[in-house]
Design a protein around this ligand. Structure first.
Ligand code: TRP
Length: 331
């Protein structure tokens, strides 16, 4: 059993791509490892959200992860800012993080370019806070995408540097965990190979989308004028529609449209209508849960409290030991 930790950005609703990608694996993993899932709301301050946005975003993420099947009794699901020990470890790690390496970080350079009027110190030390998130539970497996590899490498650097400075092996090395073959990639509706909210409106179907919205998005999905030769290979956009169908529709439905495609009789309007129906049927129970959990403030508060309690137990132990190693002593 290993300690797995995943930090969830507190902006952005879950879409089908997230669901079939990471979330399905989280749900499985929570039974196999010691899992910590947290919502990174301290991190979100690097972009200065308003108080209403901050709270609403955290709530939405919490609700959607619960609706998708993260079990707060099994995994430790918490909100970063409920665990102030993280802030203390961040402070301590900052003392051993060098300006040069932080300035060289590509995500910092990107962000500095994108928000040149707000290049705050939190942005610069974002990787230190992320390292604190990971090291505070001494996690070894961190499910992250390619864009977070450099941050993870920095977490290893800070952990190792601490170990070297104090001549011990306190922090284990955290490694990126990618799900390999278990990771199903859902393409976008706009012909791009990836479903994602940053790819633009209409590319992604969100779990919380209402049926009308889903219908509209899918009917507008990119297609072409259809095949002209029997059994011809599918262009990307068409392949995408088939791939989404593969995860939400029955095998019979899929075969039916495959045959139609191969015999050049396919009508994309019909196929999209069927796909919309199947996506709606698939997401309906999730959406229902999202609405139900979202309206249950008592439950949410219980979940958050329970998560904070479990996370703080592990975090407090680490901070106590780190303080001792550094040399802080009570009088
Ligand atoms: N930086 C991550 C992202 O943008 C979120 C994150 C914060 C994180 N702390 C983490 C991910 C710790 C993994 C571990 O997606």
């Amino acid at each position: 059993m290993e300690t797995v930790l995943s930090g969830i950005r507190s902006t952005g609703n879950l879409h089908l791509g997230n669901y079939f990608g990471a979330i399905k694996n989280f749900i499985k993993m929570q039974h196999e490892h010691r899992c910590y899932f947290f919502i990174a709301d301290y991190h979100s301050l690097t972009t200065h959200p308003t108080p209403e946005d901050l709270h609403q975003n955290v709530k939405q993420v919490l609700v959607e992860y619960l609706a998708a099947g993260i079990d707060p009794e099994v995994a430790t699901l918490y909100i970063q800012s409920d665990v102030p020990e993280v802030a203390e470890l961040y402070l301590l790690l900052n003392m051993n993080a060098y300006m040069g390496e932080l300035e060289r970080c590509t995500t910092f350079k990107d962000k500095a370019r994108k928000q040149s009027d707000n290049i705050n110190a939190g942005l610069l030390t974002y990787p230190v806070l992320m390292a604190a998130d990971i090291l505070i539970h001494r996690a070894t497996k961190v499910p992250v995408g390619k864009d977070q590899e450099q941050h993870l490498e920095m977490a290893r650097t800070f952990g190792k540097r601490f170990n070297r400075m104090y001549n011990n092996e306190y922090f284990p090395e955290p490694y990126a965990f990618n799900f390999g073959v278990d990771l199903i990639k859902i393409p976008g509706l706009d012909g791009s190979t990836k479903m994602g909210k940053s790819e633009g409106e209409g590319n992604a179907v969100f779990l919380a989308d209402d049926p009308k919205t889903i219908q509209k998005k899918i009917m507008r999905a990119v297609t072409d004028s259809g095949p002209t030769e029997k059994n011809q290979p599918k262009p990307q956009a068409i392949e995408n529609i088939f791939n989404i169908m593969q995860v939400v529709s029955t095998q019979d439905t899929l075969n039916y449209f495959e045959d139609k495609y191969n015999s050049c009789e396919i009508r994309y309007g019909d196929m999209k209508k069927q796909l919309a129906e199947d996506v709606i049927a698939f997401t309906a129970p999730l959406r229902e849960k999202i609405l139900e959990i979202g309206a249950d403030d008592v439950y949410l508060s219980k979940v958050a409290r329970m998560g904070a309690e479990k996370a703080r137990e592990s975090a407090a132990k680490t901070v106590k030991e780190v303080r001792e190693i550094i040399g802080f002593k009570p009088f």
